[in-house]
Design a protein around this ligand. Structure first.
Ligand SMILES: [Zn+2]
Length: 201
């Protein structure tokens, strides 16, 4: 990525972070303002435990390119809910190591991708889902239950924290006024070098 693109992305993230304070996220595109919904975490924070979150942008754990989302973990099989009202646009088997990929279009071109989900019975492309509605549960992989929670805007994969509501950010141990500050409750090998909720890609 060149310097101009980096600067543009920083500006975009800054706009997103500012807009979250008023409960909506303003995007740019062809001169038409687009409003993105604020997202709920797909798993209740209190139901995540242990080393419960693999952060954005970490260049480890099989992601030399930088991890493009949050991975959420629990020691128990937990319910996964829709982060906002939307339409199911993808349901397919994950590349590995288990579960399925489900994508929800939630408005303004924003996509919520859940990887390694065990979908609820009958969930199908074209279904309308409501914020908080159960879409499935965490999948048991390598001894713990998990999903990956990624967000897409066109070809870019911004840090999910920029779209989360303040109470979820605070519950994750991050400073809601500065999404991306160090989480006290997550531990991972690369923490010393990439200590934030949203590390740079
Ligand atoms: Zn992931």
């Amino acid at each position: 990525m060149n310097a101009t693109a980096r600067a543009g992305r920083r500006l975009g993230f800054a706009l997103v972070a500012i807009a979250i304070g008023v409960g909506a996220v303003l995007g740019e595109g062809c001169g038409i303002a687009t409003v993105y919904p604020v997202l709920d975490l797909p798993v209740r924070v209190g139901e995540l435990d242990g080393d419960y979150l693999w952060p954005y942008g970490v260049h480890g754990g099989g992601h030399p390119e930088g991890h493009a989302g949050f991975d959420l973990f629990s020691t128990q099989e937990r319910t996964v809910v829709a982060s906002a009202d939307g339409t199911i646009t993808v349901r397919k088997e994950s590349d590995g190591p288990g579960g399925e990929d489900v994508e929800i279009a939630v408005g303004g071109g924003l996509l919520v991708s859940i990887h390694h989900l065990t979908p609820r019975s009958g969930l199908a492309v074209g279904d309308q889902v409501k914020r908080g509605e159960t879409i499935g549960h965490l999948t048991l992989i390598d001894g713990r239950y998990m999903i990956h929670f990624h967000v897409g805007m066109g070809v870019s994969k911004p840090c999910p924290a920029h779209f989360l509501k303040r109470s979820d950010l605070e519950a994750l141990g991050s400073d809601a006024d500065q999404p991306g500050t160090l989480m006290s409750l997550s531990s991972y090998n690369e923490k010393a070098d990439e200590p934030k909720l949203c590390n740079s890609m």
